[in-house]
Every structure is written in structure tokens, then in C-alpha cells.
Design a protein around this ligand. Structure first.
Ligand code: 5GP
Length: 215
């Protein structure tokens, strides 16, 4: 007789300032772990060079986004850097129910909304991770290195990054970003550990009644 336990999926939200490397980290785990799905967000911001609709974001008009908020399609949404960003319920809820883990790359406002979600399944599945850049100089270097924003936007992102970093203590886990391999190893360890939490497991609770299993 073998023990068969199932579990609900984890909803892993990852936040950190722009330039912390959180998107790369989520993508790397998603690509290397078949149980980890990446929830593609919706946004009203314009695509950057190389970004693909449906892979990086669902790029929506403001009108379309606002209609979806009215219809209650978002699990959470927030205004970030002057644009709207949100995660569709359809990208998350059914996947968690069938035992898939979902990665969400969202800002601190979105994380706060998820923590307060009225659905206990969402709150119980939540794992929150904050990614901090190693130091301020490196953050500036990463923000400027992208070369995708004009100076005014860069300044806004720097101010927002510092503001965002004030919330790291609201998260259950913190990774100080260093080399990509170490960051990924730590991130994977967090997810693997959370998968083993007893409270997430169900389905074969009667196995303790079979003493032959342990003889
Ligand atoms: P970017 O425009 O650089 O791709 O993202 C800007 C910020 O929006 C990042 O902090 C990112 O985590 C956040 N973001 C991306 N998708 C979502 C989302 O669905 N909801 C929320 N609340 N924030 C998001």
C-alpha cells in the first residue's frame, strides 16, 4: 500500500522594485518546473521592444481594461507607474484547484489585495516573496541598463523602486538578489518547502490506521 496525498497549488506572488530581477526569476522557475505556471498579467502600458502579446503581458486598451474591472474579471489590479496592471481570475483559480502552482509577478499594492482576498482558498494558497536588489548602486545600474525608458520615466521608476522596497517586511520570504543561479536555487527551495507543508495535503488521511504500512 502506498500513501497517496494530493495538494492544492500554491499561489506564489513575487514583488520587488523594477530591476530586482523578479521577472527573470519567475520565468526561470516556470521554464524549469512543469508544475509552475506563470500568470500572464494584463496591462495598459505599451509593449517594450521584444515583448510579445500573450507571453509577456496581455496588452489592453484602457477601455478594455476598465470594462474587465467592471465585470469583476480581475483577481487584483492596481495602477503602477501611471498604467493599469491586473491578474485575471481565469489565470489563477482553476489552476490552483487542480494542484498547479501559479507564479505572479505583481507590485506591492496587488500583493496587499491578494492577502485580503475574501476567498480562503486564495489566502491559504498564498506564498509571498520579495526580491531586494543587493545595493542601491546595483539598482541604479540595472534600471539604467535597460535603456528602455526616457530620463523622466527612469527617475519615476527609481522613486517608485525606493517606495516599493519599504514594504519588504510584509512578505513571508525575502531574497537578496545576487547571481541568477543562487537566486533561482533559493526561490526553488522556497517553493519546494511550501509544497510539503502538511496543511496543504489531503486525500489519504486514513493511512495511519494501517499498521502493516509501517512494519
Ligand atoms: P513593468 O511595466 O516593468 O513590466 O512592470 C511594472 C510593475 O508592475 C512591476 O512592479 C510589476 O511587478 C507590476 N505588475 C505586473 N503585472 C502586474 C499585475 O498583474 N498586478 C499588479 N498589481 N502589478 C503588476
Amino acid at each position: 500500500m502506498s500513501i497517496e496525498l494530493q495538494r492544492r497549488g500554491i499561489l506564489c506572488i513575487v514583488s520587488g522594485p523594477s530591476g530586482s530581477g523578479k521577472t527573470t526569476l519567475c520565468r526561470a522557475l516556470n521554464e524549469s518546473d512543469p508544475l509552475c505556471d506563470y500568470a500572464v498579467s494584463c496591462t495598459t502600458r505599451k509593449p517594450r521592444g521584444g515583448e510579445i502579446d500573450g507571453r509577456d503581458y496581455h496588452f489592453l486598451t484602457r477601455e478594455d481594461f476598465e470594462e474587465r474591472t467592471t465585470r469583476g474579471e480581475f483577481l487584483e489590479w492596481a495602477e503602477v507607474h501611471g498604467n493599469l496592471y491586473g491578474t485575471l481570475k481565469s489565470a489563477v483559480i482553476d489552476r490552483i484547484r487542480i494542484g498547479h502552482d501559479v507564479l505572479m509577478d505583481i507590485d506591492v499594492q496587488g500583493a496587499r489585495l491578494i492577502r485580503r482576498n475574501p476567498d480562503p482558498m486564495i489566502r491559504e494558497s498564498l506564498v509571498d516573496v520579495f526580491i531586494l536588489p543587493p545595493d542601491r548602486d546595483e539598482l541604479v545600474r540595472r534600471l539604467s541598463g535597460r535603456g528602455t525608458e526616457d530620463p523622466a520615466e527612469l527617475e519615476l521608476r527609481m522613486a517608485n523602486a525606493l517606495e516599493e522596497m519599504r514594504h519588504w517586511r510584509d512578505y513571508g520570504y525575502t531574497i537578496i538578489s545576487g547571481c541568477p543561479e543562487t537566486d533561482l536555487r533559493r526561490f526553488r527551495a522556497i517553493v519546494e518547502g511550501e509544497r510539503c507543508r502538511t496543511g496543504r495535503l489531503h486525500g489519504d488521511e486514513g493511512f495511519e490506521d494501517h499498521p502493516d504500512l509501517f512494519s
